[in-house]
Ligand binder design. Structure first.
Ligand SMILES: [Zn+2]
Length: 484
């Protein structure tokens, strides 16, 4: 037996991603795979890391991101690898960078401008062109890609304030089929947004028809996360049933004071439907959301922080109420002057956030917005906040459960084979961290800061983060159903 490994991790406390209790052991890596786990005290590694009892876990999988462009424009993916993330699911909320069979309008239609407010990155006519670009210039993390319904609408319709015609639906369906054949793992919608709100349930079903045949997944930022959330959940379940696809309820939350506490009701419904069809959900660990700035959303929030403004960039990071006061105008007028812009909205209940996080089937997703000037702290802090604040400090769940929600559970739901678990033969995606200090450093005031306690991050057997710094390595791959 060959007792030499490319990378040998000694004296680890192994949390394997399945939810099982941690156990002591060593991990030997050869090439891009885990070759052995157990007592490897007599083995040697070309490179060795002695953990001294700290944790080795599977690399975290970010179930919900908007990293479509960041993978290409900031391939070191520092906000992600610094918090232990080794795989990102992109293209959420109906917004994907590809395909754009015709030019995206300028200024870029919101919310597509969350990916690129100039528009130059919307350059991939076919989904396969985007996949090829990612393969030619890999990022530090792996990625699994969704194709966005809103992107398809912008690419096929001359007006978005109406339902798509039969012909337009057929065009979008063909684009979905092409994307799923070219490496996409599913479709996302953002029925909440102005650009897709006119789409009927039937439009979505017709566009998503190819999901069943390809084994694709349906992820949705639902039409309503406030008063009509139950209707939106039922719409989501119906789309899943009629397209024969598993559904992911993205960033599950309850918005607005009148809906505080209703997660008891929504989780009971979700659990019931889970007995009848495949349903998954993800959540970020904060009581504030973030997206483009709008008067409607500001009106239902207790506090609004501006994250970026194309018109008045100097106001990024400031409270809307302060900006309006300095301008000597009301908030509605300030919003007009800042537009196009982004914001953080405080409008959720801590009790709901905790109940949803604690719910067994809930995965962790950051929903981070990587191009914002003063981003929501979830971009840099979501995963360590779940481990530290919600796990270790508040005791919402054991660390093994927290890790499962960000690794094994997520890989299983998205069909990422040999990812999200530590076992012989699995891909060597690992995060090594200190369970006593792991936690987020990013705050609303200082949102861009690497997490505490993340020692080393390994992607496909290659170290991408070590001792508080990126290594510059970019071993990330595009993960598909076939070649996961
Ligand atoms: Zn969303």
């Amino acid at each position: 037996m060959n007792d030499t490994f490319d990378l040998l991790i000694r004296r680890a406390s192994i949390i394997d991603g399945t939810g099982a209790t941690r156990r002591p052991g060593d991990i030997g890596i050869r090439g891009d795979r885990i070759a052995a786990i157990g007592d490897l005290s007599h083995a040697r590694g070309v490179q060795e890391i002695d953990l001294g009892g700290r944790v080795a876990a599977p690399g975290f999988i970010d179930a919900h991101t908007h990293d479509d462009r960041a993978l290409l424009s900031s391939p070191d993916m520092t906000p992600k690898v610094s918090q232990g993330i080794t795989t990102v699911i992109t293209g959420n909320c109906g917004i994907s960078l590809a395909p754009t069979p015709r030019a995206v309008p300028r200024p870029v239609t919101p919310p597509l401008n969350l990916l690129d407010d100039e528009g130059g990155w919307f350059r991939f006519e076919r989904f396969g062109d985007y996949v090829q670009a990612l393969r030619e210039q890999p990022a530090a993390t792996n990625c699994a890609l969704l194709v966005g319904h809103t992107t398809l609408r912008v690419g096929t319709m001359d007006a978005l304030d109406r339902v798509a015609t039969d012909d337009e639906q057929a065009q979008m369906r063909a684009l979905v089929d092409d994307a799923l054949s070219s490496g996409a793992i599913g479709v996302s919608t953002g029925l909440f947004y102005e650009t897709a709100v006119a789409a009927t349930t039937e439009e979505v079903i017709e566009v998503c028809r190819p999901l069943g045949e390809h084994g694709g997944i349906y992820c949705t930022h639902m039409r309503d996360e406030a008063d009509r959330i139950v209707d939106s959940l039922e719409e989501t379940f119906r789309i899943g049933r009629e397209t024969h696809a598993p559904v992911v309820i993205s960033h599950h939350k309850l918005v607005g004071q009148g809906n505080y506490g209703r997660s008891s009701e929504t989780l009971a419904l979700i659990e019931k439907r889970m007995g009848e069809q495949r349903v998954c959900l993800d959540c970020y660990p904060y009581t504030a959301g973030s997206t483009i700035l709008s008067a409607d959303r500001a009106a239902t929030s207790s506090r609004v922080l501006v994250t970026w403004s194309k018109a008045l960039p100097q106001h990024a990071g400031r409270d809307l109420v302060d900006i309006a006061r300095d301008m000597g105008v009301d908030e509605a007028e300030a919003i007009k002057r800042l537009d196009p812009a982004g914001a953080i909205y405080f409008r959720m209940d801590e009790g709901d956030v905790q109940r949803i996080l604690r719910f067994g089937p809930t995965m962790i997703g950051s929903d981070g917005l990587p191009h914002d000037t003063a981003p929501h702290p979830r971009l840099w802090g979501a995963f360590p906040r779940v481990l530290g604040h919600y796990g270790r400090v508040l005791g919402l769940f054991p660390m093994e459960t927290a890790v499962h929600k960000m690794t094994g559970l997520t890989a299983q739901n998205f069909g990422l084979r040999d990812r999200g678990v530590l076992r012989e033969g699995a891909y060597a995606d690992l995060t090594l961290f200190d369970p006593d200090t792991v936690g987020e450093a990013a705050t609303y005031e200082h949102p861009m800061a690497p997490a505490h306690g993340i020692d080393t991050v390994i992607v496909n057997g290659v170290v991408v983060w070590r001792n508080g710094q990126g290594t510059g390595a970019r071993p990330g791959r595009v993960l598909t159903h076939e070649a996961a």
